[in-house]
Design a binder for this molecule. Structure first.
Ligand SMILES: [Zn+2]
Length: 100
């Protein structure tokens, strides 16, 4: 029995929000599913997923449209056009626009 590739409850609860959002890659998702399938004792693992699912359920209800507004894209394009250094990646621009 190898312990090294088994996820701990602490690791699992940290990943629970990403697991509930289904943004984990295949390996991580499988590890999480395997961890949940283990017969305990767990330290708040199912509760963490339950809470995360509730939160993500609220989020998707509050934000029905997943596409950014046209205004956001115009702002991004303006930022890119303004950027004379060429060192800024689109992700950086998006981040700075969203956090303003
Ligand atoms: Zn656990």
């Amino acid at each position: 029995m190898t312990v090294s590739d088994e996820m701990t409850c602490e690791e699992f609860t940290e990943m629970a929000p990403a697991y509930a959002l289904a943004v984990l890659d295949e390996t991580e998702r499988t590890a999480c599913t395997r961890h949940l399938a283990q017969s305990g004792p767990h330290r708040g693992c199912e509760e963490a997923v339950g809470e995360a699912r509730q939160v993500t359920g609220c989020l998707s209800a509050a934000v029905p449209a997943r596409l950014p507004s046209p205004g956001l894209w115009r702002a991004i394009e303006a930022r890119i056009a303004d950027d004379s250094t060429g060192a800024t990646s689109p992700e950086d621009v998006l981040f700075s626009v969203e956090t303003r």
